[in-house]
Design a binder for this molecule. Structure first.
Ligand SMILES: C[S@@+](CC[C@H](N)C(=O)[O-])C[C@H]1O[C@@H](n2cnc3c(N)ncnc32)[C@H](O)[C@@H]1O
Ligand SMILES: [Zn+2]
Length: 263
């Protein structure tokens, strides 16, 4: 399934090395993932999410508050599917979908730190470091691609899907994290609906899933905060509003958009 990020030929795994017919080769890291970034990003400079974000994501997701989203995604996945989790982060959902569905699951992210954490913990999933702008995966090889709260790359997503494959793209819903925003901001805004139309991908379905949760304790509250975009946008003064909280009740809402390849 993997192709060479330099010349796009198939990669063959030879013990701990992936190699193509032109002898471009990529070693497996000790955690078991392979770095398939090429060009200027190859040296492993810090791109994508950093270590603190990766750890905050893991701490929060492992509490299970977002499992209602993962369970909904699993309804679209069959045991015989080849599934690719695009921009999979630290791998929580990736392994969750594998366990629940028995599908053949791989995941990638541009952040080496995220993939390092993912590969260290979830040994049954194949992880690699790559950029959505150039996904090192054969064309027409994926039954289900999942992309959760991450950037979009229309042409590449359409290229890797099998003809009858689907992309499940998850974006935050209007009321996602409303309770958190109400505490942080005087005049919180609802999230905008993403109505972008694509040429190569056609929206076949869209469902909204939501729930209300109460977080308890500073660890839960601050780890949720650290995995949101507000973490970087919030002033010190507003951030302090969270520091004395012991409980936080908030809506969680996601939109799952199902895309198929356009005729
Ligand atoms: C908000 S996180 C979501 C991670 C994961 N899907 C989850 O829900 O736990 C966004 C992810 O997109 C990754 N990302 C950003 N730009 C990317 C790119 N060009 N190619 C691949 N991944 C990218 C980040 O490193 C980060 O892990
Ligand atoms: Zn090559």
């Amino acid at each position: 399934m993997l192709i060479c990020p330099v010349c796009s030929a198939k990669l063959i795994k030879n013990e701990r090395t992936y190699i193509c017919e032109k002898s471009h080769s990529f070693d497996t890291a000790k955690e078991g993932y392979v770095n398939l970034l090429s060009g200027k990003h190859k040296a492993g400079e810090l791109i994508g999410d950093n270590r603190d974000m990766a750890r905050a994501r893991r701490t929060f997701l492992e509490k299970g508050y977002y499992d209602f989203l993962a369970d909904e995604l699993c309804k679209y996945i069959n045991q015989n599917d080849k599934l690719l989790d695009i921009s999979c982060g630290e791998g929580y959902y990736t392994d969750y979908m594998r366990r629940k569905t028995g599908a053949d699951v791989s995941g990638f992210d541009i952040s080496k730190e995220m993939i390092r954490l993912a590969a260290k913990k979830y040994k049954e999933v194949s992880f690699f470091v790559a950029n959505i702008a150039r996904i090192p995966v054969e064309s027409r090889s994926i039954d289900v691609a999942v992309q959760i709260c991450a950037p979009f790359s229309e042409k590449e997503f359409a290229r890797i899907l099998k003809k009858d494959g689907m992309l499940l793209s998850v974006v935050p819903g209007k009321r996602h994290l409303w309770g958190l925003k109400e505490i942080l901001y005087e005049n919180p805004y609802e999230n905008n609906e993403d109505t972008t139309e694509y040429e190569c991908l056609e929206k076949a379905d869209s469902i909204t899933v939501s729930t209300k949760v109460t977080l308890t304790g500073q660890e839960e509250i601050m780890s949720l905060f650290a995995m949101t975009p507000y973490y970087y946008k919030t002033s010190e003064k507003d951030r302090q509003k969270l520091e004395n909280l012991q409980t936080l009740t908030t809506e969680l809402e996601f939109v799952i958009r199902k895309f198929v390849i356009s005729e």
